[in-house]
Design a protein around this ligand. Structure first.
Ligand SMILES: C[S@@+](CC[C@H](N)C(=O)[O-])C[C@H]1O[C@@H](n2cnc3c(N)ncnc32)[C@H](O)[C@@H]1O
Ligand code: SF4
Length: 378
C-alpha cells in the first residue's frame, strides 16, 4: 500500500496579500481553541477510516500556520504519530511568516516536533514587500531566517520574482543575497495573477504589468543558474534543493502518491478518490463538530483522470515520470495517455526525452510546460 502524506490547513492570516488566492481569511480574533479541537476531531475521523497506514510526512500549510498555538501543533503531531504508523524519519514542515512575533515562536514549534520550516519571505526589497502587501520588513525576514536556521534541522523559504518592473540584474542581485541566507531548499515562484485577487483587478486596469514571456523566460533561466552555483538543483519547476533535501511531502504530490488533507478547503487523493473539505472556516468547523468531518466532495477518479493528473504533476519534476509507476497508479500505459504525434514532435524538438524508462521534460520543455501539457495530454 502507498505510504501516506498528511496535509493540515490553517486558514487564518494577519492580512490578505493582494496576489494570494489561497484559502486564507482574516479575523479580529482567531478562534484558536475551536479550530484546535476541530482539526484534532477531523484528523481522528480520517485516521479511523484509513487505518494505521504508514505516514511519511506532515505539512502544516495555510493561510499562516505560524499563527497556530504551538500546543495545537504539538497535539496534532502527537495524534498523527499515535493514529498512523509514523516513519522514523517523519518530515514535519510548518509554513511560517517572518514577522518578529512569529519568529519568537519558532523554538516552541521545534519543541512541538516540527523539523522543517518553510518561510514566506517573498522579497528582500522593501518596496517589493510593500507592493506585495506583506506585514514584515526585509530585516525582519532576514532575522527570522537566521532564527529558523538555528532552530530547525531543515529550512526553506519562498521568494516571488518576475514582479512588475523587475530587471534581470536586479533579480540576480536579490537572488544572490537570498542564496547567501539559504539552507538546503528554496521555492522560487514567478508572480502569477490569480482570478479574484486584488492584483487581478489592478492587472485588468493595466496598473500591474508583468514581464513579457521572453523576459520571464530569461529570469527563469537565470534563477536556475544562480541556484545551481550555490548547490541548489532545480528538482521541480519552482523548487530548488541540495540533493537529498527535496521536500518529501511535496514530492508525494508530484509523484502522485496518496495524501490526506484536513482543515478548511483541504484536498486529498486517497486510493484513487479525490476529496475536498468545505472552504469556509466556520462552516467547516460546524460540520466537523456535527459529523466528524467536513468533506463536501468525494469523487472516484477514473483511469483517464488519474493519468491526466499524474502527467500534470509528474512532468513538473526534473526526474520526470517513471513509466512502470505510471501504469501501476493509473491503469494506463504512459504512451497511451499521450498524443503520439505531439510526443514525437516534442522529443524531436528536445522538449521531452526518455531516460531509463522515464519521460522527462528538459529544461527547455519545463519553460513551456503549460503549452506542452495542453497539447500532449489526451
Ligand atoms: C500558502 S502560500 C503562503 C504561505 C505563508 N502564508 C506566507 O505568505 O508566507 C505559499 C507560497 O505561495 C507563493 N504564492 C502565493 N500566491 C502567489 C502568486 N500569485 N504568485 C506567485 N507565488 C505565489 C508565495 O511565495 C507563498 O509563500
Ligand atoms: S500569501 Fe500567505 S500571508 Fe498572504 S494571504 Fe496568502 S496565505 Fe496569507
Amino acid at each position: 500500500m502507498e505510504p501516506l502524506a498528511l496535509y493540515i490547513h490553517w486558514p487564518f492570516c494577519l492580512a490578505k496579500c493582494p496576489y494570494c488566492d489561497f484559502n486564507s481569511h482574516v479575523r479580529d480574533r482567531i478562534p484558536q481553541t475551536r479550530f484546535r479541537d476541530a482539526l484534532r476531531h477531523e484528523l481522528a475521523w480520517e485516521a479511523e477510516r484509513l487505518g494505521r497506514r504508514r505516514l511519511t510526512s506532515i505539512f502544516f500549510g495555510g493561510g499562516t500556520p505560524s499563527l497556530m498555538e504551538p500546543d495545537t501543533v504539538a497535539a496534532l503531531i502527537s495524534d498523527a504519530v499515535r493514529l498512523f504508523n509514523a516513519a522514523e524519519d517523519l518530515e514535519i514542515t510548518l509554513e511560517a511568516n517572518p514577522t518578529s512575533v512569529e519568529a519568537e515562536r519558532f523554538a516552541a514549534f521545534r519543541a512541538a516536533g516540527v523539523n522543517r520550516a518553510s518561510i514566506g519571505v517573498q522579497s528582500l526589497h522593501p518596496e517589493a514587500l510593500r507592493m506585495l502587501g506583506r506585514q514584515h520588513s526585509a530585516s525582519q525576514a532576514i532575522a527570522a531566517l537566521e532564527i529558523a536556521r538555528a532552530t530547525f534541522p531543515r529550512m526553506s523559504f519562498d521568494l516571488i520574482y518576475a514582479r512588475p518592473g523587475q530587471t534581470l540584474p536586479a533579480w540576480r542581485d536579490e537572488l544572490r543575497q537570498a542564496l547567501a541566507l539559504a539552507a538546503d531548499h528554496l521555492s522560487l515562484y514567478q508572480l502569477t495573477i490569480e482570478p479574484g485577487t486584488q492584483f487581478a483587478t489592478l492587472h485588468q486596469r493595466g496598473d500591474i504589468v508583468l514581464p513579457a514571456a521572453d523576459e520571464a523566460a530569461a529570469l527563469y533561466v537565470a534563477t536556475a543558474e544562480e541556484a545551481a552555483r550555490y548547490g541548489l538543483q532545480a528538482y521541480e519547476v519552482s523548487n530548488y534543493a541540495r540533493p537529498g533535501s527535496e521536500s518529501r511531502h511535496n514530492l508525494t504530490y508530484w509523484r502522485y502518491g496518496d495524501y490526506a488533507g484536513i482543515g478548511p478547503g483541504a484536498h486529498g487523493r486517497l486510493d484513487a478518490v479525490a476529496t475536498r473539505r468545505h472552504r469556509a472556516p466556520e462552516v467547516w468547523a460546524e460540520r466537523v463538530e456535527r459529523d466528524g468531518h467536513a468533506i463536501v466532495e468525494q469523487t472516484p477518479l477514473e483511469s483517464t483522470d488519474r493519468a491526466r493528473e499524474m502527467l500534470l504533476m509528474g512532468l513538473r519534476l526534473t526526474e520526470g515520470i517513471d513509466a512502470t509507476r505510471f501504469a501501476a497508479r493509473t491503469g494506463v500505459a504512459l504512451t497511451d495517455a499521450l498524443d503520439a504525434s505531439v510526443l514525437e514532435r516534442a522529443i524531436a524538438e528536445d522538449y521531452l526525452v526518455w531516460r531509463d524508462n522515464r519521460l522527462v521534460a528538459t529544461a527547455e520543455g519545463r519553460l513551456r510546460l503549460d503549452a506542452l501539457l495542453g497539447a500532449l495530454v489526451c
